[in-house]
Ligand binder design. Structure first.
Ligand code: FES
Ligand SMILES: [Fe+2]
Length: 391
């Protein structure tokens, strides 16, 4: 049912205390890798429990996985006009995401190059210039230092004082950041996924709601709870019982995977203008799709509505997460209450996962066939934990 990528997590020496790997004796063991992959006929399982609570694991993950992959931080219409900006706080940095005069989005470290004051307060707004709150040094919307307040500073080359830039890419209306200046562009890695969903026109969808809150669990649990529907039979048994039987693992790429609903297609908000013919003849091509773009981007896509979760990475088990809802321009009259209600139940699920994961008895876990996409995700992580520092 699931097509896993051919991950090559090759291990020549898998001995505890491996001096060549930054994780040392916390590196995944041969037994743990076998468990993740489901080798020798065993049922595949999760990545080791310590990946969700051990600070050494989190440091590796931050430096070599999270900061080297593309992370959603918001949507295009959160900074729609020239000068519109918003900030996010991740990995100890405040980042300002701003639309320049030419209409292009850019991301900068939100710190002044004079004496390192935070440049603008965390939040959102519109600016013609970015003026430092402390001594009023001034930057344009492309991060260039334009002026030093009061008097010139002899010997200063302004070009040395531009704001530090972070890689930004837009895909389907999402704003992604990558902290690795040498990262490969995102879009070429998602061509298979793009082909599946392009018809929905997601880059035209507009924000309906953003529900932002602080978490007390590892961000991977939020992703995982979004990626599988098997938990509908427990966490959502009053609202969604039985629905897990209607979702099948679908298509996979190296860094992404999808699950598709086979429930009858409904258009409660009108018909999409791009739809030709009878939707009943579409062979389920319009069914809801859950798409995961590893490591932290999870979304649910339907023709009229888009939902996603993104995380601002603070600490191992303390982050800020946002449940976002956006709607198609032809179906603006929707509400987000039910989604938030379901999501509140997911938060309870994540809280319990974090409580359970620290038990020292956690050695063998099991991926059920109704959540088989999780095996693909765990194998991707195994590969990242093994080779992330080599990139
Ligand atoms: S710290 Fe920004 S102008 Fe001095
Ligand atoms: Fe859920």
């Amino acid at each position: 049912m699931m097509t896993t990528t051919n991950l090559t997590v090759e291990r020549q020496a898998v001995e505890n205390g491996d001096a060549d790997h930054p994780l040392g004796n916390k590196r995944f063991s041969a037994e743990e890798l076998k468990n993740i992959r489901g080798e020798d006929g065993i049922i595949p399982g999760m990545i080791p429990a310590r990946s969700y609570y051990d600070e050494d694991m989190y440091k590796y993950e931050t430096d070599h996985i999270l900061k080297k992959n593309w992370l959603i931080v918001g949507r295009w219409d959160e900074a729609e006009k020239p000068g519109d900006y918003f900030t996010r706080r991740m990995f100890g940095e405040s980042i300002i995401i701003i639309r320049n005069k030419e209409g292009k989005l850019r991301a900068f470290i939100n710190v002044c190059r004079h004496r390192w004051s935070q440049l603008v307060e965390d939040g959102k707004g519109n600016a013609k210039l970015l003026v430092c709150a402390y001594h009023s040094w001034t930057y344009d919307l492309d991060g260039n230092l334009r002026g030093v307040a009061m008097k010139a500073l002899p010997g200063l080359d302004k070009k040395d004082c531009n704001l530090h830039e972070i890689r930004l890419e837009e895909w389907q209306g999402f704003i992604f950041l990558n902290f690795n200046p040498d990262a490969e562009p995102l879009a070429p890695t998602l061509t298979g996924l793009t082909a599946m969903i392009d018809k929905f026109g997601l880059s035209e969808f507009r924000m309906l709601a953003a529900h932002t809150y602080e978490t007390e669990w590892n961000y991977k649990f939020a992703f995982e709870t979004g990626y599988e529907t098997y938990h509908h039979e427990g966490v959502h048994k009053d609202l969604l019982a039985g629905s897990s039987l209607h979702f099948d693992a679908f298509k996979f790429g190296e860094n992404w995977g999808t699950v598709r609903s086979n429930l009858p297609i409904e258009f409660p908000h009108g018909m999409p203008p791009w739809l030709e013919g009878d939707p009943a003849d579409c062979d389920n091509e319009l069914g809801a799709i859950i798409a995961g773009i590893y490591p932290h981007n999870i979304m649910v896509i339907t023709p009229h509505r888009l939902m996603w979760i993104h995380t601002e990475h603070w600490e191992m088990t303390h982050n800020r997460a946002t449940l976002g809802v956006a709607v198609a321009p032809w179906a603006p009259n929707q509400e987000a209450d039910f989604s938030i209600k379901v999501h509140d139940q997911d938060k309870d699920g994540c809280r319990l996962l974090q409580k359970g994961i620290t038990s020292q008895y956690n050695k063998k876990s099991y991926v059920h066939p109704l959540e088989s996409q999780m095996a693909h995700y765990y194998q991707w992580f195994a590969n990242q934990f093994e080779t992330g520092h080599l990139k």
